[in-house]
Design a protein around this ligand. Structure first.
Ligand code: PLP
Length: 443
């Protein structure tokens, strides 16, 4: 029988832990995450109302078209330092448009990290290709040293995902992709505004995608974007996000381009969201600065505890700060610390996901994706798993497929850092960590 881990409480030094019936550090829930939402005010309202007043909600034409989406795309491209940006309805839509543009289809293996979001997998599967789950390292991004081991003659590309606010080791991943002549997509949904040595994430790959869903660093509730520096890919992304064809400047479809007779996804961004995103983009640096400041104040306070390991951040100056990950010596300690912190009040109200053991982090963890583990298909006929083109391709999706990642997930806790934490909220988080960690026997 497995024994529940119970730490020794050195009661004379530390106050009684809330998990043992003592007084919690706080009783009020922490603020909900939703980074971009906390700065939302009259500016977004005016932007949205402005579009409604002009009664022109469609990007290509209208009674008095404000061309908000077009302007947003130009401004976002400039912010990142890329040539083109294409606004879409979600990050999932952006992934699908990117993979369509890259010509993903049956018979291809696409490498994805063990720590990701379900949309990365679904975009690959919906295109008829096979996802290959690769290990992560202590950056919680793809482990560049393990990548080559996953590459076969059928591998076509790598999707690197910058998870939980901080960039993966994308320069090293980019080197492997270049060496092996594979395309590289960056999923920046959780790391909008992040960078490495001043270079923004989203500019390392052939294509990058962003999400503006409500949990993201800037938001319009739903929304996304695909960016690239490659003119041919841009034209294909544009056609694929729309109806499968190019358009002229006035929005009319062009059918006589033989390279752009494709299939569209119908995921164009609308003017209302384009207008809101232009405001949110202006606020993004401030949103990030607030989260970073809170996170690094807490990180600094935790540095002296040898009982935990802080996530390896490739470049702290380019961390967007929206999550703090701490890792412990074993699964039992991590689970106990998480429960003890939650008992101390380090938790949001019910709808928030502020403080979780990473194994319980839902569809972010490859083996929690039931449809993947079971190789589900929407047609009931085994698409794409049973396609002749996919026969014999490597696939192992159950827990145990990526031991290094599995070990990190069961030993780590993820804590959301909202963009509106007060100094008192930060103090409480630090105090709760101190109280809980001090009660653990030293390593
Ligand atoms: C890493 C990652 N990729 C893609 C997506 C999909 O974005 P959306 O929810 O806008 O479809 C998300 C959303 O949470 C995400 O976290």
């Amino acid at each position: 029988m497995k024994m529940e881990f119970t730490p020794q409480v050195s009661g004379s030094i530390h106050p009684a832990l809330a998990i043992a019936g003592g007084q919690p550090v706080r009783t009020e829930p922490l603020p909900l995450e939703f980074p971009g939402i906390h700065s939302m005010n009259e500016e977004e309202i005016e932007a949205a109302v402005g579009v409604l007043k002009r009664r022109s909600l469609f990007r290509y034409y209208g009674i008095d078209a404000p061309r908000e989406v077009e302007r947003f795309e130009a401004e976002f491209a400039e912010f990142l330092g890329v040539r083109w940006a294409v606004g879409v309805t979600s990050g999932t839509a952006a992934l699908n448009a990117a993979l369509s543009a890259l010509g993903v289809g049956p018979g291809q293996e696409i490498i994805v990290p063990a720590y990701l979001w379900v949309s990365v997998i679904s975009a690959v599967v919906n295109h008829g290709a096979i996802p290959v789950v690769a290990n992560i390292n202590d950056t919680f991004g793809l482990d560049p040293d393990k990548l080559e081991g996953h590459i076969t003659p059928r591998t076509r590309g790598i999707i690197a995902v910058h998870m939980s606010g901080a960039p993966a080791d994308i320069p090293a991943i980019q080197s492997v992709a270049r060496k092996k002549r594979l395309w590289l997509v960056e999923d920046c949904a959780q790391c909008n505004g992040g960078s490495i040595q001043g270079q923004k994430v989203g500019t390392f790959g052939d294509v990058a995608i962003f999400s503006f869903q409500m949990n993201k660093n800037m938001t319009s509730g739903e929304g996304g974007c695909v960016v690239t520096n490659d003119p041919q890919l841009f034209r294909r992304i544009f056609a694929c996000h729309d109806l499968g064809y190019a358009r002229d400047d006035s929005g009319r479809l062009i059918f006589d381009n033989p390279d752009l007779r494709l299939w569209g996804l119908g995921v164009r961004l609308d003017e209302l969201r384009g207008a809101i995103l232009r405001v949110q983009l202006r606020k993004l640096p401030r949103t990030i600065a607030r989260m970073r400041q809170s996170k690094y104040r807490i990180r600094q306070a935790l540095e002296k505890f040898s009982i935990l390991q802080l996530r390896n951040i490739v470049d702290p100056a380019g961390d967007t700060g929206c999550f703090l990950i701490t890792t412990y010596r074993d699964a039992a300690t991590a689970r106990w610390v998480n429960r003890a912190l939650r008992a101390e009040g380090i938790v949001t109200s019910d709808q928030g996901v502020s403080n979780v053991l990473m194994t319980d982090w839902g569809l972010h963890i490859y083996y929690n994706n039931v449809s993947l583990v079971r190789q589900a298909s929407v047609d009931g006929q085994g698409f794409p798993w049973k396609l002749a083109e996919n026969e014999g391709l490597a696939r192992n999706y159950s827990r145990g497929a990526c031991p290094a990642a599995d070990s990190l997930f069961e030993r780590s806790i993820i804590l959301a850092i909202p963009s509106c934490l007060t100094e008192k909220d930060e103090d409480d988080i630090i105090l709760a960590f101190r109280k809980v960690l001090s009660s653990l026997p030293p390593v």
